[in-house]
Design a protein around this ligand. Sequence first.
Ligand code: MD3
Ligand code: FE
Length: 203
Amino acid sequence: WREDLAPGAVVLRGFALPMVPALLAGVEAVTASAPFRHLVTPGGQTMSVAMSNTGALGWVSDRRGYRYDATDPQTGRPWPAMPAAFAQLALDAAHAAGFDGFTPQACLINRYAIGARLSLHQDKDELDYDHPIVSVSLGLPAVFLFGGFERSDRQARIPIAHGDVVVWGGPSRLRYHGVQPIKPGVHPLLGDVRINLTFRKVR
Ligand code: MD3
Ligand code: FE
């Protein structure tokens, strides 16, 4: 159930399955106070993925740039507190991948409708690359593009299913990555969506 993709990059197949009911309840609670929204990139494109955040800091994008902010710009309130089950899962998954003491400040909640995608990018809005990123996938399956350190490097395609957790850290922390367009389908629990939780230590 544990697959090493590259040094520092580990797939934990089905790791989140026992926590799925608690995670879905958490997503419902968080997005009742901080609704999903389609952010605009600095280049003016509206993202196909809908986003929200939970934790002390949330990732936001607008015409001015990408950043982490303690306040939800849409509501003017702090992001909802991170549910205990989220923080516990992130800590446990990081530990299983060899990273101890992972206490994330931010959890970005991405919601993909069919056809939504995330184009190739690096996660470099954090000030601290020593900590890993933990990604939890729920609902419809996806294909991760797992590239190298230059945008033009060849990419591996990694199929990801409901309940899979991926930990990206160490020497893989700054690899280019993306998510291919979600294929049509119906998940027994989530229906026609994919949800991804991405945990980060920002600073
Ligand atoms: C990081 N989200 O929000 S992490 C993101 O499915 C993002 O929504 C993905 O990328 C999603 O920034 C889940 C996927 C990922 C893959 C490879 C990586 C993150 C990585 C390699 C290095 C660092
Ligand atoms: Fe990313």
